[in-house]
Design a protein around this ligand. Structure first.
Ligand code: NAD
Length: 401
């Protein structure tokens, strides 16, 4: 029987499997992931802040697949050899495939800045997000004993969407942190350190100004034009403009959110790649291998208008998964593949539970309506990834605050 192997059960991989398993044919699917659960990566900031418990954004992978057609294997992918058509797994050893979907997701990008790995917390998966929350709580408890004001400071490195969403979630939990530390909420400081002179370059000035206004009103400090050069123990070292003189900000909690790259496996496997992303063909296949698809955060799909790859998002990953299932079904029937056309529906980001901003189609959304839209998008994703059962169990229905 033809063997289709899918690596990674994130947005791209799980969507591929869920769509392909509906197709009839003489093939079997193996889905491999290091975790037994899928997680909604767009909501990790809510775990890091403690707004939600991890089970709110996770569900068992086996609940989302048809186990008559799909075998789930919990193992860590170490390397892929597309010439030999094999995958190297940590526990299982080598495994062969006929068709392969590489959808191994992202990791944090440190840009080789010294001290990032040692001295900053990451927020790349459920465990690391949970560690951020536990760390914040431990800092608040420690403050009670030491009265060291730095322990009340939370610094986020990078003010992209991830950094801003995390800052908003931290602001939501300010009172809870203050109670543990035994201080007033305003004594908990939240700062984003950002290299650029403005934020959210993908939005117009009006929208970016709106975001800055909300950030300010929520008592979040935005340090713009501050290029981080090093992370020391409890200290973020940065420079401003052309001035090379180092400045620093101290904090008990430092979280690194300056961007992402594709899985380490891409590099380990010797693929031609940049920041863990392989430039794919128009049908999402690897340029050299007819039966290998590279999708999600490990994939660079060119935007024909800008001639640059589209940014990696959950939205494009899910659409790539859907398209890959379609193309695999074509190939399994001996038919030609179709080109992928990305249908960008917009972007919405939260700044805490009841604030947000974004653009959907031609519509600009600000404030509460944007936060509702973000919840609708999360709910749609839960249906895509897990079905109605997961929507009912984990969905966001707190639209009316
Ligand atoms: P990003 O690359 O979008 O933002 C990282 C930020 O860090 C940038 O503003 C950058 O200037 C800054 N930075 C980088 N190096 C720095 C340094 N040395 N010092 C100071 N600042 C530095 O990364 P992200 O926010 O992790 O997002 C990754 C992808 O996921 C993006 O495509 C984003 O659009 C997407 N995303 C989308 C949503 C949403 O739609 N709601 C939420 C989160 C992430």
């Amino acid at each position: 029987m033809t063997e289709v192997v899918v690596l990674g059960a994130g947005y791209a991989g799980l969507k591929t499997v869920r769509d392909l398993q509906k197709q009839s044919g003489d093939f079997h699917i193996t889905l491999i992931d290091r975790n037994s659960y899928h997680y909604e990566a767009t909501e990790l900031h809510e775990i890091a802040s403690g707004t939600h418990q991890p089970d709110k954004i996770t569900f068992p992978i086996v609940d989302a697949i048809d186990t008559k057609k799909v075998t789930f294997l919990q193992d860590k992918v170490e390397k892929v050899d597309c010439d030999a058509k094999t995958i190297q797994l940590e526990k299982t050893g080598n495994m062969s495939y006929d068709y392969l979907v590489i959808s191994l997701g992202f990791r944090s990008e440190g840009f080789g800045i010294p001290g990032v790995v040692e001295n900053a917390l990451q927020m790349v998966d459920v465990d690391s997000a949970n560690q951020v929350h536990e760390h914040v709580l431990s800092m608040m408890k420690k403050y009670r004993e030491t009265k060291d004001a730095n322990l009340l400071k939370l610094v986020i490195c990078g003010a992209g969407f991830t950094g801003i969403e995390l800052a908003g979630a931290f602001a939501d939990e300010r009172s809870a942190y203050a109670e543990i530390a035994g201080v007033k909420p305003e004594e908990i400081s939240i700062t984003c350190v950002e290299a650029m002179d403005s934020i959210l370059p993908m939005f117009d000035r009006d929208m970016a100004n709106y975001a800055m206004d909300v950030i300010q009103k929520r008592n979040i400090t935005l340090m713009l034009g501050a290029k981080i050069k090093e992370i020391q123990d409890g200290k973020v070292v940065y420079t401003k403009g052309d001035d090379e003189a180092p400045n620093f900000v101290e904090a008990g909690t430092i979280v690194w959110t300056t961007g992402v790259s594709g899985s380490q496996v891409m590099e380990e496997s010797g693929f031609e790649q940049r920041r863990g992303r392989v430039v794919v063909q128009s049908d999402l296949r690897h340029p050299h291998y007819e039966t290998v698809y590279v999708i999600g955060d490990v994939s660079a799909f060119m935007n024909p208008e800008s001639n640059r790859p589209y940014p990696t998002t959950a939205q494009i990953a899910t659409q790539m998964g859907k398209h890959t299932a379609k193309n695999l079904a074509h190939q399994l029937r001996g038919e030609a593949t179709e080109d992928f056309i990305y249908n960008e529906q917009g972007t919405v980001a939260s700044i805490g539970n009841t604030h947000g901003l974004g653009k959907v189609g031609k519509m600009s959304l600000k404030g509460y309506p944007a936060s509702v839209m973000k919840k609708v998008i999360v709910d749609k994703s839960l249906v895509d990834m897990g079905g109605l059962k997961e929507l009912l169990a984990k969905g966001r229905f707190d639209f009316y605050h």
